[in-house]
Design a protein around this ligand. Structure first.
Ligand SMILES: Cc1cc2nc3c(=O)[nH]c(=O)nc-3n(C[C@H](O)[C@H](O)[C@H](O)COP(=O)(O)OP(=O)(O)OC[C@H]3O[C@@H](n4cnc5c(N)ncnc54)[C@H](O)[C@@H]3O)c2cc1C
Ligand code: SF4
Ligand code: SF4
Ligand code: SF4
Length: 363
């Protein structure tokens, strides 16, 4: 049976809770709002499955990256609504058009981030774009397994730890599964995010009706994070915006993100996607400030998927070192902010703006 010695040892992937044959593991939020397994020992039969599937008990080794590209979706409209070059949409489209199902993170009607599945291209807008909150994965792995066992083609997308959790949970390889992960330096909890939505509603007197984590109206590099209500537009450049500053400076992220086990060529996904920061310095003629996806091909299945859609892109070949040069999260974790504990200890006593002002330097 799993024994969590430290919160650094759990990324919240839900593999253990999903595999338990007695249903005796519940994912429960702690005071910071991050979910951890809670085991009802009275029901446990000590089968060991929860330990067997846990990706943090079986950390991946480094592998060779087959190819690295900087790529743009030829459709500028899709690129505009994607976080970087709109490559996820092309990978997902390929699977949907062959009758498959695509899983990824959406903002639901209540603006909560959760994993869901889609089966037609008209729904792809839901999964497009990064949502900087740990997504709710409740019950998702079992849905994936049911489809795979029935012979359906599946593309599953998420953070690298979610892919690793899924691979552990499945207990075997499926030839009808493709996986895409995002380079990830950490995730804030839903509690932090919901507190911010509540604070915006209190400040404006109106509920938030739209969240744009990566608005490109001023370009990709000067992207904005916006929280909209009926009559207000709150937010600014993502580097100046309160919620994003707390996230980007590793104040509001999960403990396991301090030393992530899945960066630096350790992703278990077929393809890894990221922002190709620094492309303007390395390949200035290729950058149009509309967004470029860094695409890392980890497996031959990933290469086949990329080759099947490459005529819908413009792309350049690059390499891992160039991709990581201006994007540290590709190759390393940066630990937690020294005042992270202070932040969470005071989360219920102060507003996020007050905590930002106390913890981070003025902008
Ligand atoms: C929490 C998080 C942290 C990230 N950190 C970095 C970083 O440090 N450096 C970097 O270069 N890129 C990072 N990214 C990835 C980046 O923001 C873009 O998603 C990536 O460049 C792909 O862009 P795209 O235009 O090709 O596709 P998009 O359409 O923008 O990508 C959408 C994909 O993101 C997935 N996704 C969205 N939100 C979540 C979520 N909350 N949890 C799991 N999956 C999600 C969707 O399922 C879909 O697969 C991060 C993404 C997330 C979600
Ligand atoms: S050992 Fe088996 S029964 Fe016990 S909690 Fe883990 S998966 Fe469930
Ligand atoms: S399987 Fe996932 S949720 Fe369970 S303990 Fe391991 S990392 Fe945490
Ligand atoms: S940094 Fe690593 S552990 Fe944290 S959410 Fe991202 S992939 Fe998971």
């Amino acid at each position: 049976m799993l024994k969590l010695i430290s919160k650094h040892d759990c990324c919240g992937c839900t593999a253990c809770a999903s595999i338990c044959p007695k249903g005796c593991i519940a994912m429960t939020a702690d005071s910071e709002g991050f979910y951890y397994p809670e085991i009802n020992e009275n029901l446990c039969i000590n089968c060991g499955l929860c330990e067997k599937v846990c990706p943090l008990l079986h950390k991946p080794a480094q592998h060779t990256i087959l190819n690295v590209y900087g790529a743009k979706n030829c459709d500028d409209g899709i690129r505009y609504t994607s976080s970087s070059g709109g490559m996820f949409t092309l990978f997902a489209n390929a699977v949907l058009q062959s009758g498959g199902t695509v899983f990824g993170a959406e903002l639901d009607d209540a603006f909560q981030v959760c994993h869901t599945s889609i089966t037609n291209t008209g729904e792809l807008f839901k999964l497009r774009g990064s949502k900087y909150v740990q997504s709710n994965m409740n019950g998702i792995f079992k849905q994936v397994r049911t489809l795979l066992a029935g012979g359906k083609k599946v593309l599953f997308s998420g953070t690298p730890c979610q892919i690793a959790g899924l691979k552990g949970f499945l207990l075997k390889d499926y030839t009808n599964l493709l996986t895409v992960d995002v380079v990830c330096h950490g995730v804030p909890s839903a509690k932090v995010y919901n507190k911010y939505l509540t604070e915006i509603a209190a400040d404006t007197g109106e509920a938030v009706t739209q969240v744009k984590f990566r608005d490109k109206a001023d370009g990709w590099k000067r992207g904005k994070t916006l929280f909209l209500t009926e009559n207000h537009c709150m937010g600014s450049s993502k580097r100046r915006e309160t919620y994003m500053r707390l996230f980007l400076n590793n104040v509001s992220i999960r403990p396991s993100c301090a030393d992530c086990a899945f960066n630096n060529k350790r992703s278990l996904a077929d393809i890894t996607i990221a922002d190709y920061w620094g492309v303007d310095k390395q390949f200035p003629e290729f950058d149009d400030d509309k967004g470029i996806t860094l695409v890392l091909i980890n497996t031959t299945n990933g290469q086949h998927l990329f080759d099947s859609i490459k005529d819908k892109t413009t792309y350049i070949s690059t390499d891992f070192e160039k991709g990581a040069q201006y994007n540290l999260a590709v190759s390393k974790s940066l630990g937690l902010h020294p005042k992270r504990q202070y932040f969470f200890d005071n989360l219920e006593k102060k507003t996020l703006k007050e905590l930002e002002a106390e913890i981070l330097p003025p902008v």
